[in-house]
Design a protein around this ligand. Structure first.
Ligand SMILES: Nc1ncnc2c1ncn2[C@@H]1O[C@H](COP(=O)(O)OP(=O)(O)O)[C@@H](O)[C@H]1O
Ligand SMILES: [Mg+2]
Length: 316
């Protein structure tokens, strides 16, 4: 099989942290051809979606992890699987790229995750349709409404819809003297929608990342906030811990899994705090290394298996 990984510059990959590296390495170990390309180099000419790509040879030595071949132009039509693994920010540039990937998919190339889902399944907003699974939520840009919400609930969390890594996630108490300032800053004075949510005290115990492959839960890892920082994000120092799934978490996966599977979202990470779903990450989920280290579950093998199955179904 011939894989093309569209991603951030490969020099910046951390071989023991980034799930993309684990997927690439797994493909290589199976004797597949691995190509690497940058998203800005994706282009279309007469309905042929093309990329500038390089063959890559990987080894598990940070700094010398990727040996690149010459730059060549490839048609996505000549690739078996395109992996869209570019990290957010999720902005119009990202969306434009999904239009190109849509077309490549329509012409028979397997694109994972399916570009339509990458575009439509906003990591914070998509989950909100499952009202019984998410904490009480308000999505608005109206500062007055958020203030009333805080009055009603006492303590809330306010977060950007396009953030990640815990950036811009505030805990706001109804009597916080900074409440006005926080809401002005996060809504850009009422010009930008944000997500306000009931504050879940269980966040202190950790934020659980659960990985679903083709809609089935296959592994999980817990991220526990450290020190005074309230956020369970590895980027800001949360510690990872071994974990398992509760009955409620299995129920959450069973509810949302089929929709993810149906939408061609093969490799997805969801986040659960306490009993509540807070995020569905389809763009570039992570967690493979941690789950392998704690539980010996090789999520990368399950993901590449899924790609192989989809590819052979298409050929068959
Ligand atoms: N409803 C909530 N109640 C309590 N803490 C929350 C809530 N939502 C988010 N947090 C805290 O903020 C962190 C980041 O929030 P999250 O919604 O996962 O955004 P991001 O995409 O930036 O990771 C979480 O790990 C958790 O510690
Ligand atoms: Mg998160």
């Amino acid at each position: 099989m011939r894989h093309l990984f569209l991603m951030d510059p490969i020099e910046t990959v951390r071989i023991d942290k980034d799930s993309t590296f684990a997927l690439m390495f797994e493909a290589q170990a199976r004797g597949h051809e691995v190509l690497y390309g940058l998203v800005p180099d994706l282009f279309l000419r007469e309905a042929d979606v093309r990329a500038v790509a390089q063959r890559v040879r990987l080894q598990k030595v940070q700094g010398e992890h990727a040996t690149l071949g010459p730059r060549e132009e490839v048609s996505l039509g000549d690739v078996d699987v395109v992996w869209m693994r570019k990290d957010p920010p999720f902005h119009m540039g990202y969306i434009f790229n999904t239009y190109l990937l849509d077309l490549a998919e329509a012409r028979g190339t397997l694109v994972l995750n399916a570009p339509r889902g990458l575009r439509d399944m906003s990591e914070k907003a998509w989950a909100l349709r499952f009202t019984d699974l998410v904490p009480t939520s308000l999505m608005t840009q109206d500062i007055g409404r958020i203030r009333a919400f805080a009055e009603e609930l006492g303590t809330i969390v306010v977060k950007p819809l396009d953030g990640n890594g815990g950036e811009g996630v505030f805990i706001v108490r109804k009597d916080d003297p900074n409440i006005g300032v926080i809401l002005e800053a996060s809504t850009q004075h009422g010009h930008k929608k944000v997500l306000a949510q009931r504050y879940l005290p269980e966040a202190k115990l950790g934020d659980k990342r659960i990985i679903l492959v083709e809609g089935e839960a296959v592994g999980a890892v817990l991220r526990v906030p450290q020190g005074v920082d309230h956020r369970g994000n590895i980027h800001v120092g949360a510690r990872v811990e071994k974990t398992s799934l509760t009955e409620r978490e299995r129920a959450i996966c069973a509810r949302i899994g089929p929709a993810l599977h149906e939408a061609g979202q093969v490799f997805v990470g969801i986040d659960v705090i306490g009993d509540w779903l807070t995020e569905v990450n389809v763009t570039s989920p992570t967690g493979i290394h941690e789950i392998e280290a704690f539980d010996g579950i090789r999520v990368q093998a399950l993901v590449i298996d899924a790609a192989e199955r989809r590819r052979s179904r298409r050929d068959g």
